[in-house]
Design a protein around this ligand. Structure first.
Ligand code: CMX
Length: 134
């Protein structure tokens, strides 16, 4: 795990949350995108050394909708930027870490992503995020 790429933050309504980040905190908005594989619309903000990813659920199914229903809005996951995600996943599996899928899925920006179960990581949901960068 070389670096943190972004921190995911669950919000009920992007349009309500965004002005806080762009106007009060004055973080530049990098873009807004639907990620159907994860049932979310996301907004990325430039926080200097990392990005913040605001996650608004699409519909009532999906991990983020369930998270907000159970725990309310707030910090949802930390994403490590990795290369060769499949190899990283194999290494973690060999170390006994429970991954939430066998194959990476397509995430925001076309990145290949995979998640580790929070129960395997002392209560934190970690994402591996491979943008094909070396
Ligand atoms: N961070 C920390 N703990 C979390 C969590 C999170 N984000 N989400 C759930 N948990 C905890 C719950 O509190 C619960 O703990 P307890 O058993 O102590 O109550 C446990 O994990 C199980 O949670 P649950 O509500 O029963 O939910 P599920 O088991 O149905 O799902 C999880 C949990 C992590 C498997 C599911 O959210 C998942 O598959 N996540 C990966 C995909 C994802 O999060 N996608 C959205 C982001 C997309 C993007 O970045 O683009």
């Amino acid at each position: 795990m070389k670096k943190v790429d972004h921190i995911g933050i669950a919000v009920k309504d992007l349009q309500l949350a965004l002005p806080y980040y762009t106007e009060v905190l004055q973080l530049p908005l990098l873009g807004i995108e639907e990620v159907p594989s994860q049932n979310v619309t996301v907004a990325f903000l430039d926080a200097g050394n990392i990005k913040l990813e605001l996650l608004e659920p699409i519909g009532e199914e999906g991990a983020v909708a369930k998270f907000i229903e159970k725990r309310g809005e707030g910090m949802h996951h930390i994403a490590f930027g990795v290369s060769s995600i499949q190899e990283r996943m194999e290494e973690l599996k060999a170390k006994g870490v429970q991954l939430l899928q066998d194959q990476p899925k397509q995430g925001a920006g076309g990145a290949a992503v995979a998640f580790m179960h929070p129960k395997a990581s002392f209560g934190v949901l970690y994402e591996l995020c491979d943008k094909g960068e070396k």
